[in-house]
Design a protein around this ligand. Structure first.
Ligand code: 4NP
Length: 157
């Protein structure tokens, strides 16, 4: 059986969603749970670019190398190919619903929803911020990753 698949979506796919993908893959590996994961953006300005160097730096501080990731735009096929599409913030969620094709099968939700006390909230865009803002993003996406993996383990994969 194909492992459950997750697509993490922010605006540019260079700051937040690469970290969400990386934290989720790391949490799943620690738990021994097989998953498929990718990330994408609702905007295409950075398509083909590696993650923002500040995201690469915070990932490296937490032991994860995301330098090989490349930004891409969300595509129509994603809505059928992924089981879950998780938006990093409420605007990303609205944009996803607006572009979802009629035959979309993916469950579309907000990344932070399963984190206690954070339902309905977004991961703040750190693009115009500094190192502390990227650290906060890592904390948020790690909490979400742990919650998602815990849900997968309860469901038996
Ligand atoms: P992200 O951050 O959505 O977390 O990747 C941003 C990256 C680029 C831009 C905005 C947000 N931008 O406007 O280029």
């Amino acid at each position: 059986m194909r492992p459950p698949s997750f697509l993490f979506v922010c605006l540019g796919n260079i700051c937040r969603s690469p970290l969400a993908e990386a934290a989720f893959v790391a949490a799943a590996e620690r738990a021994g749970v097989a998953v498929v994961a990718d990330s994408a953006g609702t905007g295409g300005w950075h398509a083909g670019d590696p993650p923002d160097r500040r995201s690469q730096a915070v990932a490296r501080r937490y032991g994860v190398d995301i330098s090989g990731q490349r930004a891409r735009l969300v595509r129509r096929a994603d809505f059928r190919e992924f089981d879950h599409i998780l938006a990093l913030d409420p605007q990303n969620l609205r944009d996803l619903h607006a572009i979802a094709p009629a035959d979309a099968s993916a469950r579309i939700a907000l990344l932070m929803d399963p984190v206690p006390g954070r339902a309905g909230q977004g991961v703040r865009d750190p693009y115009y911020g500094g190192e502390a803002d990227f650290d906060e993003v890592w904390g948020d996406v790690s909490a979400a990753a742990d919650a998602l993996v815990a849900m997968l383990m309860r469901e038996g994969g």
